[in-house]
Ligand binder design. Structure first.
Ligand SMILES: [Zn+2]
Ligand SMILES: [Zn+2]
Length: 201
């Protein structure tokens, strides 16, 4: 069984799409995605996940559409991890409301709106003792994303090694290519499967 922490790395905790911020359950199965990759667990046992019935990402359809044609292999060797600068590689940040702008991210002066310099217009900034959240810069993974030196080949597809390194933590994981270099690569592990979008390079 995979940990809740690992499962959360497949989500986008700060995304504007609320339905991908945490894993969800449909029947017995658990799903998670951050728009770059998606995972399906065969069983919700041991995971705290909610059943959602409204808008959700159709991971099941994605998996069904991408039939694997090559054989399965192990995850290729990955380049060294590049720690995310925003969370120093932890995937977590402690944020507190910006006291300069009261969390608004901007000020009104006369007829103009000025971006708050203290928080770069976000309304939040890192503080000791603030509420722990997934880092929005790296989607909680703890690595710099989209860095060329971290791009890796899986069969003929080019993928972001940051995501592949998360996939590599799944038990007995195997990867396979899609039909073409631009099709998602599939992965299977003890207790589930998923897919990873390749990069267009
Ligand atoms: Zn980060
Ligand atoms: Zn501010």
């Amino acid at each position: 069984m995979i940990t809740q922490e690992l499962l959360q790395k497949f989500c986008a905790a700060n995304d504007y799409r609320e339905y991908i911020r945490r894993p969800w359950k449909v029947g017995e199965r658990v799903y998670a995605t951050n728009g770059k990759y998606a995972i399906r667990l065969d069983s919700a046992d041991g995971h705290s996940v909610e059943e959602i019935t409204g808008k959700r990402a159709n991971v099941e359809k994605l998996i069904a559409e991408h039939v694997v044609v090559s054989e399965w292999g192990s995850v290729p060797n990955l380049p060294a991890k590049i720690d995310c600068w925003a969370c120093r590689g932890t995937g977590k940040v402690r944020l507190g409301e910006c006291e300069d702008c009261d969390g608004n991210g901007s000020f009104w002066h006369g007829n103009h709106d000025y971006e708050c310099q203290n928080c770069d217009g976000t309304g939040w900034h890192a503080v000791d003792g603030g509420a722990e959240q997934d880092c929005s810069h790296c989607l909680g993974i703890g690595e710099e994303l989209c860095r060329r030196e971290n791009f890796t080949k899986v069969y003929n597809a080019t993928v972001d090694g940051a995501f592949l390194r998360v996939i590599a933590q799944l038990p007995n994981v195997k990867v396979s290519s899609g039909k073409t270099a631009t099709d998602p690569i599939m992965f299977e592990f003890d207790g589930g499967c998923g897919l990873l979008m390749p990069l267009r390079v």
